[in-house]
Structures are given as structure tokens and as C-alpha cells.
Design a protein around this ligand. Structure first.
Ligand code: GSH
Length: 220
């Protein structure tokens, strides 16, 4: 009998990525909510390097880092719906755009939310705008075709979290007129049942960000 546990946090897109993948594969698992302000000995034991959620425990063995976990789930439970595409080029493209979201977009989103210095926040907004343009152009170029299951799971950061963060900070970066392809893709993606059913309720997430983010004052 397999034992699968997930240490997560309800407001974390990383943790929700893993939940979506587990549900997609039909894996039974036990979810353990972590208090990130008072990390459990289990979290520190199984992720001593980063001390972060999510941590997947498969028969007692820990796997950390959401992108690594998604690939592990896909390779371990081959029977369910595939997460990464078969074609090596497609796989490479999806991995590339996943890294783009986590390594390029996310740091700007974090500055936007948690840095107190207003100038840093305004710059982050500008940087994020430029990055989203790159994504918008990619979506136009590929006619929305490169984006399969893996990237859809990874990009809840943009397709769901960014909208909530924008509302909490009262800014509008991802405007429909400027980013029609991203907005269309985001609408489609988050209304897809396997994504939608696992997202935290919008109002709850919004209240969380209103509580936790530092306000931003836009220059005139
Ligand atoms: N690169 C990691 C990021 C995970 C991450 O940043 N987790 C946050 C919650 S959203 C965390 O555990 N933070 C606790 C801390 O930084 O002390 C992944 O993809 O899993």
C-alpha cells in the first residue's frame, strides 16, 4: 500500500501545483497544512536545505521543489493523465517557460508584494510588464499551442495568483487590451475543471494578500 503525504500551505501556488498534479493522476494522499511562521520539525527534517513547502513524502521519501515534484509524479504514476508532453521538443519548451515563470516573473511578483520600498515596487511592476510581453508574444507566435498540462499547472502563478495580487495592491498590470492572449489563455486555463477544483477560493486568497502585502503608491 503506497503512502503519499503532502506538506503544503493553502495560499501557496507551489503547493497547489502539487495538489493539482496528484488529483489529475488520481493519487490518494494525506494533506498536512504547515504553519510557515512556526515550521514543523517534519518540514525541517525533510527539507533541511530550503525549509520550504511543498514537500511530497512518497513511502517516507521526501521530494522537494514543486517543479521537481511535478516531474516525479508524472514519472512515478504513468497510468494517469500525462503531465508533460511526449515530444522532447515540447517538453523542453514547457520546461523552459516554467523556469521563466519561476526564475524571471516570480522574483518581480515577490518584490511587488513584500518589499516596503516604493521605488523597488514600481520598478518590479515595470519589469513584470516587460516579462509578460515576452509571454504574450510567445502565445501569439505559437497560437497558444505549446502550452499543455504541465505549463498550465505551473502558471497558476500568473493565471490566478497575479490577478488576486493585482486586486490586493490595486494595480492593473495584466490589462486585457495589452495582453489579450495571456488573458484569454488564463480564463480558459483556470476554468478547466482539474485546475479550478483545486484553487483556493478567490475571496479568501484576496483577504490573505490584503493582509500580507505592503501597499504600493503609483507615481502620478
Ligand atoms: N522553488 C520552490 C519555492 C517554494 C516556496 O517558496 N515556498 C514558500 C511558500 S509559498 C515557503 O515555504 N516559504 C517559507 C519560507 O520561505 O520560510 C518550489 O517551487 O517549491
Amino acid at each position: 500500500m503506497e503512502q503519499v503525504k503532502l506538506l503544503g500551505s493553502w495560499a501557496s501556488p507551489y503547493s497547489v501545483r502539487v495538489e493539482i498534479a496528484l488529483k489529475l493522476k488520481g493519487i490518494q494522499y494525506e494533506y498536512i497544512e504547515e504553519d510557515l511562521s512556526n515550521k514543523s520539525p517534519t518540514l525541517l527534517k525533510y527539507n533541511p536545505i530550503h525549509k520550504k513547502i511543498p514537500v511530497l513524502l512518497h513511502n517516507g521519501k521526501p521530494i522537494v521543489e514543486s517543479l521537481v515534484i511535478l516531474e516525479y509524479i508524472d514519472e512515478t504514476w504513468k497510468d494517469g493523465t500525462p503531465i508533460l508532453p511526449k515530444d522532447p521538443y515540447q517538453r523542453a519548451m514547457e520546461r523552459f517557460w516554467a523556469k521563466f515563470m519561476d526564475e524571471k516573473c516570480l522574483p518581480e511578483m515577490l518584490k511587488l508584494c513584500y518589499v516596503s520600498n516604493n521605488e523597488v515596487k514600481v520598478n518590479a511592476m515595470g519589469e513584470l510588464h516587460k516579462l509578460l510581453k515576452l509571454l504574450e508574444n510567445e502565445l501569439i507566435k505559437d497560437n497558444n499551442n505549446i502550452f499543455g498540462g504541465y505549463i498550465e499547472i505551473v502558471s497558476i502563478l500568473i493565471t490566478y495568483w497575479l490577478g488576486v495580487i493585482q486586486e490586493a495592491l490595486e494595480v492593473d498590470i495584466l490589462k486585457k487590451e495589452e495582453f489579450p492572449n495571456i488573458c484569454l489563455w488564463a480564463d480558459k486555463s483556470i476554468s478547466c475543471s482539474f485546475i479550478k477544483e483545486n484553487l483556493p477560493p478567490r475571496e479568501k486568497l484576496l483577504a490573505f494578500y490584503k493582509n500580507h502585502t505592503k501597499p504600493l503608491i503609483l507615481p502620478n
